[in-house]
Design a protein around this ligand. Structure first.
Ligand SMILES: *[C@@H]1O[C@H](CO)[C@@H](O)[C@H](O)[C@H]1NC(C)=O
Ligand SMILES: *[C@@H]1O[C@H](CO)[C@@H](O)[C@H](O)[C@H]1NC(C)=O
Ligand SMILES: *[C@@H]1O[C@H](CO)[C@@H](O)[C@H](O)[C@H]1NC(C)=O
Ligand SMILES: *[C@@H]1O[C@H](CO)[C@@H](O)[C@H](O)[C@H]1NC(C)=O
Ligand SMILES: *[C@@H]1O[C@H](CO)[C@@H](O)[C@H](O)[C@H]1NC(C)=O
Ligand SMILES: *[C@@H]1O[C@H](CO)[C@@H](O)[C@H](O)[C@H]1NC(C)=O
Ligand SMILES: *[C@@H]1O[C@H](CO)[C@@H](O)[C@H](O)[C@H]1NC(C)=O
Ligand SMILES: *[C@@H]1O[C@H](CO)[C@@H](O)[C@H](O)[C@H]1NC(C)=O
Ligand SMILES: [Cu+2]
Length: 778
């Protein structure tokens, strides 16, 4: 029981003293090291942060500035025949480059490079061009490479292989949004006498927007928009201020003279024109519904009386011995304890993890978000017609700078993220954080008659937040000392609410004219798990009731037992979590049984919340665009041509999307094959008054664990020295404490200036134009 470690007698007394701390402010602060603030000891300096060099350059490293400048100049050259206009000069009727990013290399090419002596995969770019110089504007994706461009070698070709529709081309119904907004303003102007009376707003202080995706009715493109009051309280509260007036519009084609106002909906009555609506409004007995009014209720600043003692600083975590992980910032490569991984970053989905290794062996080739949908329902066309496909707006451009000390511990290591969109490179400083923290409960413990033994639970987290319009999605990848990885998403920010009338079946009324609009969040993730090689099997281990005879029993016994099976092929690849949690799902390698005959694997299991799938079946809005949301998880065979379950342009043509995930299920064997698991996180969100002004993370969260299952022969966390054994039964020797070689921190006086950083250095997005490139320093 007594290990090799140091034995401490129970004499240690940690002295403490009052430290005066100046609250952070934007005025020059006192040097926190001055003896004035710290009357006795100097603050000690924690050890240097360890450094690491990635074993190989990151094959998923996003395009560099030089690569983008080079690529954009090449694309715009007349020789390429794309007829492009520089983004900042382009109108809706010009062709322009919208996205340039790395096209991920194929897995076989990466594995020969990482695992063998193969060359670094050639780098290709994914380029999304908006073709506006045509009657039917569209987006076309291209594969360009190898890059950097070399005149006679670099080729550009349509990027089709990632899209099972057969082509990476989709209509662009957003091309004329600017003109359409102006047109909507004119319609609103034409009815401002009515709206000022019934809504209290007109075109000048309300916004008109609604369904997403757009509808197609008999070949016509239909939009429904609703009046939303503009915030007046200085907060971003517009989605709490819907007005009960809706307009149905035919917006087919590019010629404004063909666009039509088809219907007006108010108080669940449908009108054919402004004139008809005006006549009704003027007639006796016309019922006016409540008006929206912004106010303190919709603001997020401090209001009300602070609870007792709340003004005192709450506990925070410190990192007393410096950083215990290493980051190669150039290669975006991270090592923590027995884990290592590379980071990639894309416009559509933000952070992706690659080549996740545990104890030197790959367990996951690729892990990351694929898509997030928010599907609403309601009695009105806006709520009923809203099913955001968020990759359309893009997670990458919306991964904003984090607030140290609030979003992540201030001692975190922060990384920047960069997207190359719309002719510019935009860098969000400090938008990804990496940190260790104490879970607040031990990893394991045991009390026996003569001793107690407890192990610290230190978690390593990679976090980023994407704020897509009203919503803030907080993504965590949590790594545990027992070899588990938790993938967690939390939602906060402003809900998209509904106008209160006629909506009882779809939510609660939560303010004078506002209802919480019920909706499902479904976030699809890809986990390309590789256990001891790429050939794996998805095992189901059922826990089932049974009535069984035993030779020793006199009558059949009602009991339970295991029921093992494998997912044989893709026809069985759509899976739900079992009722009562009665089936374990494990990705195993059947070719490498352990000495007890069990196949080593990683289990996939629900964590926080209850990961869900979409409630609505055969959604009228999403049609075939979100076939990844029908079940809790999916298993397919890895293919370079089935890289994603969704893509941004799915939003433009849900009936016939670029990626119809269902097509990936075509009966292929999954027994000892390179299998990929796709799983959903999410929540059924029925906002209540506590969602005002913002949804809180407490219950709006969902996670899944990937956890070693017969993977090693025992719990690997036994190797940590961060545990204690207190022996209370040693006779004359008194109490002994074994800390297994772990030492007291070398730095017991935290530097408060580090823990409470000066937030005046928050920078916001940094933009540099890349075409035409003016040679400004980066
Ligand atoms: C953008 O437009 C301005 C004004 O017409 C013109 O001077 C400039 O050359 C254009 N830039 C590019 C890169 O086309
Ligand atoms: C090139 O684009 C411009 C608009 O930017 C358009 O007027 C012109 O017709 C296009 N040329 C060709 C050959 O398509
Ligand atoms: C990946 O493989 C597909 C064929 O399966 C090929 O068409 C494509 O060019 C490859 N992509 C890259 C980036 O090498
Ligand atoms: C506004 O009303 C005027 C007068 O009836 C009409 O000519 C015009 O087309 C209307 N505008 C819109 C955008 O419907
Ligand atoms: C909107 O503007 C109009 C004047 O155009 C004003 O009468 C009205 O009070 C404003 N409403 C709000 C909510 O600010
Ligand atoms: C899905 O809904 C569409 C439109 O309502 C309908 O045409 C189709 O038959 C439905 N499909 C299924 C499988 O229910
Ligand atoms: C989507 O895929 C399923 C399964 O292959 C197929 O039945 C369906 O017709 C497809 N729909 C579209 C629009 O591609
Ligand atoms: C690109 O960045 C420049 C500053 O370098 C800025 O003026 C311009 O508005 C940006 N363009 C877009 C489309 O964001
Ligand atoms: Cu929600």
């Amino acid at each position: 029981m007594v290990g090799l470690g140091r034995i401490l007698a129970c004499l240690a007394v940690i002295t403490s003293e009052l430290v005066v701390y100046a609250a952070p402010s934007c005025s020059p602060r006192l040097n926190p090291r001055s003896t004035h603030l710290y009357p006795r000891d100097e603050i000690c300096t924690a050890p240097f942060n360890p450094s690491v060099t990635a074993p190989k350059p990151n094959p998923w490293n996003p395009l560099s500035n030089a690569e983008v400048i080079n690529l954009l100049a090449w694309l715009h050259a007349p020789a390429q025949g794309l007829n492009l206009t520089a983004f900042d000069n382009a109108s809706a009727w010009d062709n322009r480059v919208e996205v340039t990013e790395l096209l991920p290399p194929n897995k076989t090419d990466v594995l020969t490079y990482l695992d063998g002596s193969g060359p670094a995969p050639k780098r290709y770019a994914r380029v999304v061009i908006s073709f506006g110089a045509t009657e039917n504007p569209y987006w076309q994706e291209f594969m360009v490479g190898p890059i950097p461009v070399v005149q006679s070698v670099t080729k550009i070709e349509p990027l089709n292989y990632l899209y099972n529709k057969g082509e990476g081309k989709s209509p662009n119904y957003a091309a004329d949004d600017k003109v359409r907004r102006a047109w909507l303003g004119l319609i609103a102007l034409n009815m401002s006498d009515i709206t000022l009376d019934i809504l209290g707003t007109d075109y000048g202080n309300s916004s008109l927007w609604g369904i997403d995706p757009l509808w197609e009715e008999n070949g016509r493109i239909i939009n429904w928009v609703q009046f939303w009051s503009n915030p007046t309280g200085g907060y971003d509260s517009s989605t709490l201020l819907p007005q009960g007036l809706y307009l149905k519009l035919d917006i087919t084609g590019r010629d404004m003279s063909g666009w039509k106002l088809l219907n007006i909906l108010y108080d669940n009555k449908l009108y054919k024109s402004i004139d008809e609506f005006r006549a009704a409004w003027k007639s006796p007995g016309f019922r006016k519904l409540a008006k929206q009014a912004d106010g303190e209720w919709a603001g997020t600043g401090q209001t009300g009386t602070a609870p007792p003692l709340d003004i005192r600083s709450p506990p925070i975590q410190i990192q007393p011995d410096g950083q215990r992980f290493a980051v190669d910032k150039d290669a975006k490569y991270v090592e923590w304890m027995d884990f290592a991984f590379y980071i990639g970053f894309t416009r559509d989905t933000g952070v992706n993890l690659y080549d996740v290794k545990y104890k030197g062996k790959r367990i996951i080739y690729e892990l990351g978000l694929q898509e997030a949908i928010a599907h609403y329902a309601g009695n009105d066309p806006t709520q009923s017609g809203t099913s955001y496909i968020d990759s359309f707006y893009g997670f990458g451009p919306n991964v904003f700078e984090l607030v140290p000390g609030y979003d992540c511990p201030a001692y975190s290591t922060f990384l920047d993220s960069t997207v190359h969109v719309d002719g510019n490179t935009t860098t969000h400083k400090n938008s990804i954080c990496l940190f260790e923290h104490d879970a607040g409960y031990p990893l394991r413990r045991h009390t026996a008659a003569s001793y107690v033994s407890v192990t610290r639970n230190t978690i390593f987290t990679l976090r980023f937040v994407a704020t897509i319009g009203n919503y803030d999605y907080d993504f965590d990848y949590n790594f545990y000392l027992d070899g588990s990885i938790e993938i967690k998403v939390r939602a906060s920010g402003y809900i998209q609410s509904a106008f209160y009338a006629h909506n009882e079946d779809y939510g609660y009324q939560i303010h004078d004219a506002t209802s919480g609009s019920m909706h499902d969040h479904v976030l699809n993730f890809k986990a390309d798990i590789d256990i001891l090689g790429t050939k794996n099997t998805f095992e189901k281990v059922g826990i089932v009731p049974a009535t069984t005879d035993y030779i020793w029993s006199t009558s059949p016994r009602n009991t339970m037992r295991l029921e093992r099976s494998s997912v044989k092929n893709e026809d069985e690849g759509k899976i739900n979590w079992a009722t009562n949690g009665a089936t374990m799902y494990v990705v195993v390698n059947k070719d490498q049984p352990n000495k007890f005959g069990s196949s080593p694997g990683y289990r996939i299991m629900p964590g926080a919340g209850t990961p869900i799938h979409l409630t609505i079946q055969n959604s009228s809005n999403l049609q075939k665009a979100a076939e990844f949301a029908t079940h809790h998880l999916y298993v397919t065979k890895h293919k370079d041509t089935e890289l994603h379950s969704s893509t941004a342009a799915n939003s433009m043509n849900p009936k016939d999307p670029l990626i119809n995930f269902s097509k990936c299920f075509d009966g292929e064997s999954l027994l000892q094959e390179d299998i990929v698991v796709w799983f959903n996180l999410g929540m059924h969100h029925v906002p209540h008054t506590g969602d005002l002004p913002n949804t809180v993370f407490t219950t709006a969260q969902s996670s899944v664990f990937l956890s070693p299952h017969n993977y090693l022969l025992s719990d690997p966390s036994r190797a940590t020295s961060q545990q204690v054994e207190v022996n209370s039964d040693t006779g004359d020797a008194g109490v002994t404490v074994n800390t297994f070689g772990s030492t007291l921190p070398s730095c017991t006086r935290p530097d408060l200036a580090v823990l409470y950083p000066d937030l005046c250095s928050y920078q916001g997005p940094q933009r540099t134009r890349k075409f035409p490139y003016d040679g400004n320093p980066e």
